[in-house]
Design a binder for this molecule. Structure first.
Ligand code: FES
Ligand code: FES
Length: 154
């Protein structure tokens, strides 16, 4: 089976080709894209967030069969020069860091749709859990990145 990931068509090895396998494991164990994290496995925490055709999706509950022909984007595609990555550093968002790739992918999906998100928009879109409690910094960094991308509020 092939997967379109980060702009490339990648062949999945046999051990990561079961159509019922969650996308998360195909990415991590099949393609060594380990930036996407396993947290809860039941679509509750958002650590495993990737984009499917530009929409944020929880890869731990997304069977491989359902992503055939879709473009998968992972944190590895959000390079260090991306406005969000820079804002994350500027605001020193990560604490333990575990949830942060999922946070960034959720934030990227939000900014792709809404260049001027309000705090309420952010709270509605970013339902990811962070046990370190970085939520205020996540919000501040999203506003910063939005400003950098030309969609500043105020
Ligand atoms: S690991 Fe997928 S939502 Fe928690
Ligand atoms: S930074 Fe530790 S869980 Fe979010």
């Amino acid at each position: 089976m092939e997967l379109k990931v980060n702009g490339q068509l990648r062949a999945l090895p046999a051990h990561a080709s079961d159509p019922a396998m969650p996308l998360l494991w195909a990415l991590r164990d099949g393609l060594d894209l380990t930036g996407t994290k396993f947290g809860c496995g039941v679509a509750a925490c958002g650590a495993c967030t990737v984009h499917l055709d530009g929409q944020a999706a929880r890869s731990c509950v997304t069977p491989l069969a359902s992503v055939a022909g879709k473009a998968v984007t992972t944190i590895e595609a959000l390079g260090p020069d991306h406005a969000l990555q820079r804002a994350w550093i500027e605001h020193q968002v990560p604490q333990c860091g575990y949830c942060q790739s999922g946070m960034l992918m959720a934030a990227a999906a939000l900014l792709a749709k809404n260049r001027k998100p309000s705090d309420a928009d952010i709270d509605a879109a970013i339902t990811n859990l962070c046990r370190c409690g970085t939520y205020p910094r996540v919000r501040a960094a999203i506003h910063s990145a939005a400003a950098r991308l030309g969609g500043a509020r105020k």
